[in-house]
Design a binder for this molecule. Structure first.
Ligand code: NAD
Ligand code: MN
Length: 505
């Protein structure tokens, strides 16, 4: 990428007062000229105004995606050339890394550390799929003599991609990159609280050479725009990341047209610390596991189980470090925990904590709103540790989606596994133990899509990400994802010299 003074001057800044829809390769206002506003959760201040897509705009986006897919050239590009465009998207993102980080922080209130990691990963996702798509192909199958069978992987078509507010740019990358890698067209509906970096990514796709209509971005309401996409007969697939109740609704509605569906939903992930763990590493990893991204992670390890022999030592260290976590200016690299996304989420989080107190739980740290100096008008919650709970309590059963962890004791491996699996969810999980055989044994029995062993990180480009049970189905971020954006066509041919007359007529 050129970084000369000249091109820099020509580039429009990423941070703006107004953001457009992207339909058929054009930056457009909404057909009804409606807009909505986005706010910085750290300060409560206005960030920008955003064009709001109507159903008419959504219809145009679907038509553009359909035309680009049915009659367009993208899916017919030589594979290496499509890979080159994906790499170009990554290169443009990298050349504008700091601007993307800044915009993501302003739109979400997340900390600099978190935003940097997520923007980096979004870039690497495009690079990963630029490579992965080259190796994605059909097969030749063994057949009895004189028959030949091969399979082709054909792009599934027009994909609606609906994303949540907690990792806006990263979720958009997880969806757009594999879909366009295999030649699909997409219509992306970002969450209304955090649409900005997704719109910019749409613009970057165009700049990198993705043809008009292949990537469309339609910010707007879930019940209008999202629902319209899910029900539309000309949309072939829906990929959704969000809450479990909305995921169920989408699956039911998508069934009317038998759309392909992938769902990345909520979680209540267990974190098991055994008596033979490296306690300090387990404390640090568990702290990251819940408080990273202000606990607003689908795979937040929000149920912490500690072996009774080390419970007191672990909890005292964990609580001490929780109290040291720094809240405040998200742009400060020392800040550990950013803001909560909005007032509604703040009320939800506090409601859960209050319900736990009412049911007799004990608050070991936090338990109330925070008011970091200079950020009093934002939405903040103290990192919260709750003990003296049991599996009948709401805080143990339901996803809180905030900086709140519940801690419980277990007495042996069998009980640990039973408690870990006693949930309707099955997304992440973690095991801390220096005994490799035990860690593997436990990992094998946990009902979850992801198990982290002595490791705080759950997602790298190339590693499958997705859930068991009511955490959804389908895997993103990996090679398998390419299969979920393709259909397999089986081609059988007969190459014998004598005509076949199966009915013998
Ligand atoms: P949400 O379900 O409220 O909204 C997600 C998206 O769906 C938004 O864009 C929203 O506008 C849209 N939407 C809402 N109603 C709709 C409808 N009826 N039809 C179509 N679209 C509709 O979720 P959220 O509050 O934005 O995000 C938090 C949730 O996302 C949590 O439950 C979290 O666990 C989950 N999540 C899961 C993963 C994962 O990979 N499993 C990752 C991140 C977040
Ligand atoms: Mn915002």
């Amino acid at each position: 990428m050129s970084t000369t003074q000249e091109t820099k001057v020509e580039q429009e800044a990423i941070k703006r007062d107004f953001y457009h829809l992207i339909i058929n390769g054009e930056k457009v206002k909404g057909s009804k000229d409606e807009t909505f506003k986005t706010y910085n959760p750290a300060t409560g201040e206005l960030v920008a105004e955003v064009a709001k897509a109507s159903q008419e705009d959504t219809e145009k986006a679907i038509a553009a995606a359909r035309e680009a897919f049915d009659n367009g050239k993208w899916k017919k590009y030589p594979i290496g050339r499509r890979a080159q465009v994906l790499n170009r998207i990554a290169a443009i993102m990298r050349s504008r890394f700091n601007e993307l980080v800044e915009l993501e922080i302003l739109d979400t209130g997340k900390s600099l550390q978190a935003a940097q990691g997520q923007v980096s990963q979004a870039i690497e996702d495009f690079e990963f799929y630029a490579g992965a798509l080259v190796g994605h192909r059909g097969a030749v199958n063994n057949m009895p003599g004189q028959f030949h069978n091969y399979t082709e992987k054909e792009p599934v078509g027009v994909c609606a991609q609906i994303t949540p507010w907690n990792y806006p740019l990263m979720m958009a990358a997880w969806k757009i990159a594999p879909a366009i890698a295999v030649g699909c067209s997409v219509i992306v509906k970002p969450a209304s609280l955090t649409p900005l970096t997704t719109i910019i990514l749409g613009e970057i796709c165009l700049e990198a050479g993705v043809p008009a209509g292949v990537v469309n971005i339609v910010p707007g309401s879930g019940s209008e725009v999202g629902n319209y996409l899910v029900e539309h007969p000309k949309v072939d697939k829906v990929a959704f990341t969000g809450s479990t109740p909305i995921g169920k609704d989408i699956m039911a509605k998508a069934s009317q047209t038998l759309k392909r569906v992938t769902l990345e939903l909520g979680g209540k992930s267990p974190n098991l610390v055994f008596e033979d763990a490296d306690i300090d590493a387990a404390v640090d990893g568990s702290l990251f596991g819940i408080f990273y991204n202000t606990g607003q992670s689908c795979e937040a390890r929000s149920r912490l189980y500690v072996h009774e022999d080390i419970y007191d030592e672990f909890v005292s260290k964990f609580v001490e470090k929780t109290k040291k976590l720094k809240l405040g200016n998200p742009f400060d690299k020392e800040t550990h925990v950013g803001a909560v996304i909005d007032q509604g989420q703040l009320d939800t989080v506090d409601g859960y904590v209050q319900s736990a107190i009412k049911e007799g739980a004990e608050i070991l740290a936090g338990g109330k709103q925070a008011h970091p100096e200079g950020f009093e008008k934002g939405f903040w919650y103290e990192p919260t540790v709750i003990a003296n709970v049991n599996h009948d309590m709401t805080v143990v059963k339901e996803e809180i989606f905030g900086p709140v962890v519940v801690i419980m004791k277990f007495k042996d491996e069998k009980e640990a596994i039973k408690l870990a699996n006693d949930t309707e969810f099955g997304l992440g999980s973690a095991v801390w133990s220096k005994d490799g055989a035990r860690a593997t044994r436990v990992a094998n029995q946990i009902q979850a899509g992801i198990v982290m062993i002595n490791c705080p990180f759950s997602a790298f480009p190339g590693t499958p990400f997705g859930g068991y049970k009511q955490s959804g189905f389908g895997r993103e971020l990996c090679i398998e994802t390419l299969d979920l954006y393709t259909e397999t066509k089986s081609i059988i041919s007969y190459y014998g010299s004598r005509p076949i007359n199966p009915l013998g007529v």
